[in-house]
Design a binder for this molecule. Structure first.
Ligand code: AMP
Length: 111
């Protein structure tokens, strides 16, 4: 079981900023910006590579939640979304998640 599944199950604590039937958003323990939140589906999808056509509605919901969570967090100046996929993509937790980063101007390109 991944650490994110344990957060969904309330087996370990997290600073949750949004929850609904399909997804959960909580603050990253190792923030890379003044605001750094992870938005995850409750369904244990490993990564973008593991999506199926059945996940289309869920994916639409997740994307539509991004600006809502960003607004909740006060990111009026803009924000960055990142989905790391696989080892070369820098993924370290194998439960699909969208990083939402903001609260300062962010450099481009990323490393
Ligand atoms: P990634 O490297 O894209 O897989 O991102 C995983 C993220 O999960 C990292 O930014 C970690 O800091 C974060 N993380 C790991 N464990 C926890 C936790 N228990 N609560 C919140 N964030 C976590």
């Amino acid at each position: 079981m991944t650490i994110f599944q344990k957060i969904i199950n309330r087996e370990i604590p997290a600073s949750i900023v949004h929850e609904d039937d399909l997804c959960l958003a909580f603050r990253d323990v190792n923030p890379q910006a003044p605001v750094h939140v992870l938005l995850i589906p409750k369904k244990p999808i490993v990564s973008l590579d593991h999506l199926t056509p059945d996940d289309a509605t869920l994916c639409g919901h997740l994307l539509q939640m991004v600006p809502k969570v960003a607004a909740l967090l006060g990111l009026e100046g803009g924000y960055r979304t990142v989905i790391n996929t696989g080892v070369h993509g820098g993924q370290s937790v194998f439960h699909l998640h969208i990083h939402i980063l903001g609260g300062r101007p962010l450099d481009w390109p990323p490393g």
